[in-house]
Design a protein around this ligand. Structure first.
Ligand code: PLP
Length: 395
C-alpha cells in the first residue's frame, strides 16, 4: 500500500477537473481576446468560470482576477497595498510570523524598500488573536495580511474578527486563503476581506492557476504589464483550460464540503489520537480550530528528513516542516515561530489528508509511523543521551 498524505503540498486532480479541462486543450483552444466565434466561446468559458469562483467566495465575478497561482496572488495583493500606502505616506504592514514564504519574502523585499513590518507572535496557542491585530494597528498601517489557515500546522485563524477590526480601522485586509478555499466555508463579504488569494492545486484542481479576489473599489496594481486581460490588472493570454478546470474543481469542493470535510476531520482525529501515543511527541497547531486534513507533530530525538525517507520506503508520502530540501539546514520558520526549539523542530512530521484518503490508509499510517520513529530513535545518539539522562527531554 502506498498512501499519499501530502495534500497540503499539492493534490491529485479530480476527474471533474480533468474532464472540464480537456475540451479547452483540444477543440476550444481559442484566445478569449479574439473576435471570431472560437475566441468568443473561450471568452464565455472564462466568464462562466469567473462567476463560479465568485459564487464560491460570496463575491461578484468582476472582483476575481485569475493568476498563475497562490504565490502570484499574494505578491500582487501585498505589492498593491504597499504601493497605495506609500502614496499616502503609510508604510507599516502587519502580518504573522508563520505566513507562507510567498507573503514573507514579499514583505522582506518591502522592508528593504523602507516599509516597516510587524510580525505578530504566534507562540500562544499556535495562532493569533484578533486583539493582537487591533493592538498593532497604527496611523500609518497600510495593510494587514494574515493567512486564513496555516499550511504546516493547520491552525485556522480568526479571519472574520480580524476583518471586522480592519474595516473599523479603515485598514486594507488581505488573507492568503490557499489552504482554506475548498476546505472551509468562506464568505469574503461577511468576513470583511478586501483581498484573498487562492490556488487551484490545493483543492484537486490544476497547478499553475489561481485567483485573487479584490473588493470592488480597492485600487489593485499590476504585477505583470501587457495586454488588457483581467480588466487590465493581469496581462497575458488567459490559461483557459486551467481556469475552467480550477473553477470546476472549486465548485465540486464547495458542493461536497459538508459531506467530505467531517469525514476528513474524523481521519485526522484518529491519526492525532494514535500518534499522540508516541512518547516524547507533541502536536503542532491549534488543536481545536484546525484544518480538517492537517496532522502535524514533533518527535524528539529524530531527524525529519530520515523519517520522511523511511516513510516513503514504507508506503507513506508525507512532509516535514523543515526546509532542508531547499539546501538550508534551518528548521521550518513556522515551527520556530510557534516556539519549538531547533532540536525539536527538526523532528517534525506533517501528514495532510484529503477526501481521497481512506480509513484503511489511516490504519497503515498508524502502523508505520510509530515503527519508523522507534527505529530511528534506536539509531540516534541524541535519543541515547536523552535516555541515559545526559540530555534533558524537552517534550
Ligand atoms: C501552496 C501555498 C501557496 C502557494 O501557492 P502556489 O499556487 O503553489 O503558488 C501560498 N500560500 C499557502 C498558504 C500555500 O499553502
Amino acid at each position: 500500500m502506498y498512501v499519499y498524505a501530502d495534500n497540503a503540498a499539492t493534490t491529485a486532480m479530480s476527474k471533474v477537473a480533468v474532464d472540464a479541462m480537456t475540451p479547452y486543450l483540444m477543440q476550444e483552444y481559442g484566445n478569449p481576446s479574439s473576435l471570431h466565434s472560437v475566441g468568443q466561446r473561450a471568452k464565455e468559458a472564462l466568464e462562466s468560470a469567473r462567476a463560479t469562483v465568485a459564487q464560491c467566495l460570496g463575491c461578484e465575478p468582476r472582483e476575481i482576477i485569475f493568476t498563475s497561482g497562490g504565490s502570484e496572488a499574494d505578491n500582487q495583493a501585498i505589492r498593491s497595498a504597499a504601493f497605495n500606502g506609500a502614496r499616502k505616506g503609510k508604510k507599516h504592514i502587519i502580518t504573522t510570523a508563520f505566513e507562507h514564504h510567498a507573503v514573507l519574502h514579499t514583505l522582506a523585499k518591502l522592508e528593504k524598500e523602507g516599509f516597516e513590518v510587524t510580525y505578530l507572535d504566534v507562540s500562544q496557542g499556535h495562532t493569533i488573536t484578533a486583539q493582537q491585530v487591533k493592538d498593532a494597528i497604527r496611523e500609518d498601517t497600510c495593510l494587514v495580511t494574515v493567512m486564513y489557515a496555516n499550511n504546516e500546522i493547520g491552525s485556522i485563524l480568526p479571519i472574520g474578527e480580524i476583518g471586522a477590526i480592519c474595516k473599523e480601522a479603515g485598514v486594507p485586509f488581505h488573507t492568503d486563503a490557499v489552504q482554506a478555499v475548498g476546505h472551509l466555508h468562506i464568505n469574503v463579504k461577511e468576513e470583511n476581506i478586501d483581498m484573498l488569494s487562492l490556488s487551484g492545486h490545493k483543492f484537486h484542481g490544476p497547478k499553475g492557476v489561481g485567483a485573487l479576489y479584490v473588493r470592488k473599489g480597492f485600487p489593485i496594481q499590476n504585477l505583470i504589464e501587457g495586454g488588457a486581460q483581467e480588466r487590465s490588472k493581469r496581462a497575458g493570454t488567459e490559461n483557459i483550460a486551467g481556469i475552467v478546470s480550477m473553477a470546476a474543481a472549486l465548485k465540486d469542493a464547495c458542493d461536497h464540503m459538508d459531506e467530505n470535510m467531517p469525514r476528513v476531520a474524523a481521519m485526522r482525529d484518529k491519526l492525532i489520537a494514535g500518534l499522540s501515543q508516541i512518547p516524547h511527541s507533541a502536536l503542532n497547531g491549534d488543536p481545536v480550530n484546525r484544518l480538517p486534513g492537517n496532522v502535524s507533530f514533533c518527535f524528539e530525538g529524530i531527524e525529519g528528513e530520515s523519517l520522511l525517507l523511511l516513510l516513503d520506503m514504507n508506503g507513506v508520502a508525507a512532509s516535514s516542516g523543515s526546509a532542508c530540501t531547499s539546501g538550508s539546514l534551518d528548521p521550518s520558520h513556522v515551527l520556530l515561530a510557534i516556539g519549538r526549539v531547533h532540536d525539536v523542530a527538526h523532528g517534525s512530521l506533517r501528514l495532510s489528508l484529503s477526501e481521497y484518503n481512506t480509513d484503511e490508509e489511516v490504519g497503515h499510517i498508524l502502523k508505520v509511523v510509530p515503527e519508523v520513529v522507534q527505529y530511528l530513535r534506536n539509531m540516534s545518539p541524541v535519543w541515547r543521551d536523552l535516555q541515559t539522562g545526559k540530555r534533558q527531554y524537552i517534550l
